[in-house]
Design a protein around this ligand. Structure first.
Ligand code: HEC
Length: 407
């Protein structure tokens, strides 16, 4: 029996743009997470960027988890970026705590989005400060709600599983407001045109702002440069702003466009990340710095650092600061915390962390969660992620020196 030339689930070139035989022109191939509320926007941006550079475009759709972050750590990313496409579009990188899968590079951000406070009517005062005391606010886990409600004790969070249910609850008046992923709000409005349009304003706390980047492996840095040049061109003509506008997503290309892009060289090994400018662009650059730091051993995995970030946000941040900069508790990152002179070992710090923290509720977290928080501290102090899990018992006696290496 002859095998059908069938497209697998989510595999196969979904779209081809441009005229003439495809073989005749260079092709930019991108993977797009069909579960992302930004999928349609990303497809249009990729098309316009490719066309502006004289390229054709191939799109592979795949099913991630919508929010991107964590959806394609390491292995699954390799499958996508190794074989199916050159660039994985629409990956959100936390502007406060950037984490990228190991061995993965990112383009300059092409847009910025984040979590917003959605309400039925526009508010006079800023975000949560404008909501009447005693109100219930819808949240999802990703918004790190504890960070906000610590500062607004008069408001009551209610956790929702899905953004859609939460948005409906605001629309019908069940909730005063909801902390929601901005693109989800835009998509919801698009999908339900009859529904009341909600007002929204950006949340200003930690983990609220995200940069959208395209991810790639080192072998696709030429494709990444083509994409970046395309974005800069779209920015120049005002087309980028038009493409982003329906999603109320901000342009992140302002800074990028102001900087000259390197000429496209087929074998340019270095991605543009390293040359990023100020602000959130620098935040992305910081991700790659620790990995090149050299001698520091890799004693935790990226997945651990990721879950450690969530646990840190829930259990530690309101004393130690969302960026580990210190608040009522001391800083847990930087020269003041782990200088060479302080002579800390990982075991010393882990002992304090596991036996005495969170202050007031020592020992209250599961062992693997303590190990994950330690992984996050290591990541933030310049230690690379690797294949070895940081184990609770081993961390207690670890003699690895803990010395901050800044980006
Ligand atoms: C209620 C506030 C509070 C919370 C919550 C809290 N800490 Fe602390 N933490 C402190 C204070 C205060 C100190 C300083 C204690 C001391 O020096 O005796 C401290 C000290 C530390 C130290 C030692 C720092 C050093 O330089 O010696 C580490 C590590 C630490 N905390 C980690 C954590 C982690 C991780 C969490 C979350 C699991 C956490 N803390 C939660 C208040 C807090």
């Amino acid at each position: 029996m002859r095998k059908r030339h069938a497209a697998g689930i989510g595999i196969g070139l979904a779209l081809m743009f441009g005229t003439g035989p495809v073989e005749a022109r260079a092709l930019l191939t991108v993977c797009i997470d069909r579960a992302s509320p930004l999928a349609a926007m990303d497809a249009r941006i990729a098309q316009a960027a490719a066309v502006s550079q004289g390229y054709g475009l191939g799109i592979e759709y795949f099913d991630g988890q919508g929010l991107g972050d964590g959806a394609f750590a390491s292995d699954s990313f390799r499958k996508l970026a190794g074989g199916l496409c050159q660039l994985v579009l629409g990956f959100p990188v936390d502007a406060d705590a950037p984490l990228l899968p190991d061995g993965v590079e990112a383009t300059r951000p092409y847009a910025q989005t984040g979590f917003v406070l959605a309400t039925r009517k526009p508010q006079a005062a800023g975000a949560l400060a404008g909501v009447p005391v005693g109100s219930t606010i819808g949240v999802i886990f990703e918004t790190a709600p504890n960070l906000y409600f610590h500062d607004h004790p008069g408001l009551q969070p209610r956790v929702y599983r899905s953004s859609a249910a939460m948005i409906d609850a605001v629309a019908n008046g069940t909730l005063a407001a909801a902390m929601v992923w901005q693109p989800s709000l835009a998509l919801h409005g698009e999908a339900h045109p009859g529904l009341r349009t909600l007002a929204f304003q950006p949340l200003d706390g930690a983990h609220a702002r995200w940069n959208l980047v395209a991810l790639h492996g080192a072998e696709s840095s030429a494709a990444a440069a083509v994409f970046e040049h395309g974005i800069a061109a779209l920015h120049g003509t005002g087309q980028l702003a038009q493409l982003l506008a329906p999603y109320a997503v901000d342009q992140a290309a302002d800074q990028a466009a102001a900087k000259p892009l390197p000429a496209i060289r087929p074998a340019s090994g270095k991605a543009a990340v390293g040359q990023a400018g100020p602000g959130h662009l620098l935040a992305v650059a910081a991700v790659t710095a620790p990995r090149t730091a050299g001698k520091r051993p890799a004693i935790y995995t990226l997945e651990q650092a990721r879950s450690g970030l969530m646990s840190y946000a829930m259990n530690c941040a309101f004393c130690h600061g969302a960026g580990l900069e210190g608040r009522t508790g001391p800083a847990l990152k930087g020269e003041k915390f782990a200088s060479a002179a302080a002579n800390f070992l990982v075991g010393d710090i882990f002992f304090v962390l596991a036996m005495q923290m969170p202050a007031g509720k020592p020992g209250s977290l599961p062992k693997d969660e303590y190990a994950a928080v330690m992984a996050y501290l290591l990541q933030q102090n310049g230690y690379p992620a690797g294949k070895t899990l940081l184990d609770y018992e081993q961390a207690l006696v670890s003699e690895v020196p803990l010395i901050y290496s800044g980006p």
